[in-house]
Design a protein around this ligand. Sequence first.
Ligand code: PMP
Length: 307
Amino acid sequence: MAIEKLKKIWVEGELRDWDDAKIHILSHTLHYGLGAFEGIRAYRRANGKTAIFRLHEHVRRLFDTCKLIALAPRFDAKQVADASVELLRANGLSEGYLRPIVWVGDGAMGVYAPDNPIRTAIVSWKWGAYLGAGALEKGVRTKISAWVRHHPSIALAKGKIMGQYTNSILAKREAKIAGYDEAILLDHQGCVCEGSGENLFIVKGGKLITPPLSSSILGGITRDTVLELAREDGLPVVEQLITRDQLYLADEAFFTGTAVEVTPIREVDDRAIGEGKPGPITMRIQKRYFDVVKGSDDGHPEWLTYV
Ligand code: PMP
């Protein structure tokens, strides 16, 4: 579904009219995919105020991604964080999604173009449930992809690097065309990694299990939030490799991500997970997550940037 046009887009230090935020066709990143991006949500909380969730951690990851690919933006983390707030205000958004991007502009062509300008922009738009209506309540049907997640000697899974998302798109398309909602990718050793744009947890015997950061996953900020909330709630959590059969035999499974939030997985490769419906621990975590991001749980003020 096309996104709704808003008023402004922040480009290189200024708010431009939506239709005037354009780039040159020779932009290096458009040809070769080297660039960094983020995905951040702002929510209208139970107190009626709008807060961006974990803005500073997202901005830090944007700069970490830049470091991984050796791009130096002209703006620092504080400027990007302040601009995110300014943009939401300019667009009058009380809830929405923020997409900062850093890319290589036009100038030289060919893969080695060290002197091309490094550009920064932030877009915002309205975004509902990422995996469609009913996903959060009923859970999603997934398929293990024929595509494998990035090998550590080939790509940098800890970075949100634009070009790396070709792998996600291939997996997502394969799953959707086969009639599923989302793909699950294994790593080069055959262990379960993550979805095309989300981290994965299983529940087994009352314990939460998610792959460790040393596997080829993105270090998800929602993953980190869920680990923290689960520990606070006294749920045992472990970060360890998950095999395909452990996933099939899980009592419960769910995805985490800024876009998907906490989405139950009810099926993997036509096998029901648990009873084939969202499990009690998943729903408890989902509730806690929504209370923290937009409800009345004010227990983590350090995660909220009020707009
Ligand atoms: N893995 C991948 C590949 C992603 O693109 C995302 C979305 N950023 C995630 C995991 C979840 O990360 P986060 O919780 O920080 O949104």
